[in-house]
Design a protein around this ligand. Structure first.
Ligand SMILES: Nc1ncnc2c1ncn2[C@@H]1O[C@H](COP(=O)(O)OP(=O)(O)OP(=O)(O)O)[C@@H](O)[C@H]1O
Length: 329
């Protein structure tokens, strides 16, 4: 059963029961390109979720499907238990997309005011401008804005009313560091009021810092879904780097216990291991004398590269043969 309660006249709707977003076996192709391939996932109220993936992974297509801007070839997309179009018509979803120009021959205030007029559960325009940090440029023409200011206007358009879900496609592109920080501070406020936020990004440090859940798309498939810490752990908890003198016996290194990845560049050996203590111990056990030894945790960026590399290798060698890292996991 679905229970719906409103959080005051202008607050978001708090709903239990149906997930905020439900993708069930969703696929979308453009000709021969499978942009989204059999993706199933659920988002829950109050989550801040980052959608990561290399260029062309299918992030924008997935967001377009979620917003009903494109139709899936297969599977089902539900938003608050309804079709995307129904959820949007009810004013439950706000979106900030990369594509689409802003109306130009109007002021910032006029444009945001129009979005407020159109929203079924709108906030007062001054409140929206202030929350987006653009109250001071309300009288400026939209075509005179800097890239970062334009992004803030897009954000104001996405938050013109009491949406329960906010979808952001690379929201901080073009913003400087302080604008980015201010943007995420504003977003946190939105989450604290009970909203669910889904954002696609290429900034892995942003996903690490902001999201409490990270989804990784690769060639249209969902290859990881967890906290940033879980994804780092899955990619191999530690990185071991050292130099060796003389000829390097690669086969012996490949046989080291708990090895997840191995890279040899000249005298330098880089290992990813899911038990760095055991692997390092075994390096000494081979009678080697590693110099400049360093053991460090993987950042999300390295973890991301590790799992997307492994997914590429797994696709290239689907039987798991051929020395791909995925086969070792
Ligand atoms: N309208 C379209 N027609 C044909 N192919 C498309 C279309 N839109 C996207 N694609 C292809 O679908 C795949 C997924 O694209 P999509 O834009 O969803 O990826 P993305 O993860 O958002 O990429 P980026 O990080 O580069 O923005 C890519 O191979 C892309 O070339």
């Amino acid at each position: 059963m679905t229970v719906t309660a409103t959080n005051g006249a202008t607050g978001p709707t708090v709903q239990t029961g149906a997930p905020v977003v439900g993708f069930s076996g969703v696929s979308k192709s453009y000709g021969a390109v499978r942009a989204v391939a059999d993706v199933s996932l659920e988002l829950h109220p109050g989550e801040t979720v980052a959608l990561l993936g290399p260029n062309g992974a299918g992030k924008s297509t997935a967001l377009d499907l979620l917003l009903g801007l494109k139709n899936a070839d297969g599977g089902s997309v539900r938003v608050f238990g309804r079709t995307p179009a129904q959820a949007i018509a009810e004013g439950r979803v706000g979106a900030m997309l990369q594509s689409g120009g802003l109306m130009e021959e109007v002021t910032v205030r006029e444009l945001v005011g129009l979005a407020c007029e159109l929203h079924p559960r709108a906030y007062p325009v001054d409140q929206v401008l202030a929350a987006a940090g653009i109250a001071d440029i309300g009288s400026r023409m939209v075509n005179k804005l800097s890239g970062g200011q334009e992004q803030r206007v897009r954000f104001a358009l996405a938050t013109a009313g009491a949406n329960d879900l906010i979808v952001l496609d690379e929201p901080t592109v073009g913003m400087d560091v302080s604008a980015r920080q201010a943007f995420w501070a504003t977003m946190r406020g939105q989450v604290e009021e009970g909203r669910t936020v889904l954002f696609a990004t290429h900034y892995l440090e942003e996903a690490d810092a902001i999201a409490d859940r990270v989804l990784v798309l690769h060639q249209g498939r969902l290859i990881a879904d967890g906290t940033a810490a879980e994804i780092k752990a899955r990619a191999g908890a530690r990185r071991i780097t050292f130099d060796l003198e003389g000829a390097i016996d690669e086969a012996a290194l490949r046989a080291l216990p708990h090895l997840v990845g191995l890279e040899i560049t000249g005298p330098t050996v880089r290992i990813r291991s899911d038990d760095a203590d055991a692997t390092t111990h075994a390096v000494y056990g081979l009678g080697l004398y590693p110099r400049n030894l360093e053991v460090a945790g993987l950042g999300l960026e390295q973890a991301f590269l590790a799992i997307t590399d492994a997914a590429t290798a797994a696709n290239a060698y689907p039987a798991g043969a051929g020395g791909d890292e995925a086969g070792k996991r």
